[in-house]
Design a protein around this ligand. Structure first.
Ligand code: PLP
Length: 463
């Protein structure tokens, strides 16, 4: 299995190289050269298997000879051992033909654990074998950083530094980043906002001396291995409801387009998915794009579903590459237009294909709160605001003939204020995390200054 860049100008890589590289050198994103198709009988055989076994069978064709079967099985077993539910991704019914897929039973209570826990084990195994180590630096508005620190803590081959905007993440998110005691993980509270964090991260990647000296690596959502990990739960959910003999649809609360792109990959592999529905909050760049064919940046308005508050959906480039018939030059041209002018227009042919593949919808802040309240009153299921955006949009796309599954992307206790506003009840932290507020915190405060940050990182990895 080989990986190519969406802009067509970067070297072709193996799975291992693509995973360790992250962003391609031509500025593009790595995708598999071809998507392997799973025969119907093999999909049928997944029904009822443990999550880990489905993960092995679904992901195996993508990893080539990077790991042996038994190495890969061990990696998967370690990745999901810390989940607090034996099904890993349990499916819950909330209305006739309407289901939610609970993706929040991992150690940091958001679906990002599915990918990050796996990528932590993949990195550790690959780097140990190479006798190498890397420094991972990430910027976060909350969930990704917590998932990364939790996934990489205590590993030998990796140091992790997470930049978050000082005072602008929720208390649960902050504590998840600052309480792990392991000496290889570091939370950095930057004096600035999330855009400053991302800008300093980009500066570090562009400082090639520094980049080589500390062996900088990235695990943000454009890393192919993260997308791959998310393909698995589409298979477990669909086969639980009768696939491949019965079709199902999915609605996905969407920010950077990583999670829903994984659903598209599952469909290309042969999973019979009827509709893939993109659900956005009031920051609805994707929904507008599917209405108009123009992808146009607008400012971000903070919402109660903050993990979907985005200006630009980084993984959208991967779907563009496919709807432009894998023409890297055409994708590069669109991306250049986006950085030069803040927008681009999708060609008619590509737009028609996009609309065949996806539906979209948006939920306002009021819709989101009303949906949390309504689902709680009707079923007792407590949704986080991101999942509620999904359920609201899913209801608009209901089809009595096809079950609809909405991905529930975070645990309600991660966003207790919004849930309390909607229901009057403050959701408690799950039992394995009940002492989070008592654990002691460890954090480095830093100015919004590149050389000071670089010095801090080099000092920490030297000790
Ligand atoms: C990251 C995140 C999303 C958005 O997922 P994308 O893959 O970026 O589209 C939605 N909900 C929650 C809770 C998240 O953490």
């Amino acid at each position: 299995m080989k990986y190519v860049s969406t802009r067509g100008q970067a070297p072709i890589l193996t799975f291992e190289e693509a995973m360790l590289t992250g962003l391609a050198r031509d500025g593009g994103l790595y995708v598999p050269e071809t998507i392997p198709v799973m025969p119907k009988a093999e999909i049928a055989a997944l029904a009822g298997l443990p999550y880990e076994e489905v993960a092995f069978r679904v992901m195996r064709p993508f990893i080539g000879d990077t790991f042996t079967d038994s190495e890969f099985q061990d990696i998967i077993a370690r990745a999901y051992a810390g989940f607090a539910h034996p099904a890993r991704a349990p499916l819950v019914q909330i209305a006739p033909n309407q289901f939610v897929l609970e993706l929040f039973h991992g150690p940091t209570l958001a679906f990002k654990d599915f990918a990050m826990q796996l990528i932590g084990q993949l990195f550790e195994e690959a780097l140990k074998r190479r006798g190498d180590r890397v420094t991972i630096v990430g910027a976060t508005s909350g969930d990704t950083g917590a998932a990364a620190i939790e996934a990489f803590k205590g590993l030998d081959a990796v140091d992790v530094f997470i930049l978050y905007p000082h005072g602008r993440v929720s208390e649960v998110q902050r504590r998840q980043m600052t309480t792990p005691p392991d000496s290889n993980v570091h939370a950095i509270a930057l004096d600035g906002d999330f855009d400053d964090c991302q800008a300093r991260l980009k500066d570090m990647f562009n400082d090639f001396d520094f980049r080589d000296r500390v062996k900088l690596a990235g695990v943000n959502s454009i890393n192919w291995a993260r997308v791959l990990a998310q393909v698995v739960y589409y298979f477990t959910a669909a086969t639980t409801l009768g696939a491949p003999d019965r079709k199902v649809s999915f609605t996905v609360p969407t920010g950077n387009f990583g999670d829903i792109f994984a659903g598209y990959v599952a469909k290309r592999m042969g999973l019979p998915i009827e509709r893939l529905v993109i659900a956005t909050n009031q920051n609805d760049i994707l929904h507008r794009t599917f209405q108009t064919g123009a992808y146009s940046k607008a400012g971000v308005t903070p919402s109660i579903s903050p993990s979907m508050d985005i200006q630009v959906s980084s993984n959208f480039e991967r779907i563009l590459f496919d709807v432009y018939d894998r023409d890297g030059a055409a994708v590069a041209q669109q991306m250049d237009a986006l950085s030069a002018t803040g927008s681009f227009t999708i060609s008619q042919g590509a737009f028609d294909r996009l609309r065949e593949l996806f539906d979209s919808g948006r939920a306002s802040e009021d819709d989101t709160l009303a949906t949390i309240a309504q689902v709680f009153a009707a079923t007792g299921e407590v949704l986080c605001p991101h999942s509620a955006v999904g359920v609201k949009v899913a209801a608009e796309h209901a089809d009595p003939a096809v079950p609809m599954i909405t991905l529930a992307t975070a645990h309600p206790a991660k966003f207790p204020d919004a849930v309390a506003d909607a229901t009057g009840l403050r959701p408690p932290l799950p039992i394995q995390m009940a002492d989070l507020y008592e654990r002691s915190e460890r954090v480095e405060e830093a100015a919004n200054d590149l050389s000071a940050l670089q010095a801090l990182i080099e000092r920490k990895i030297a000790t």
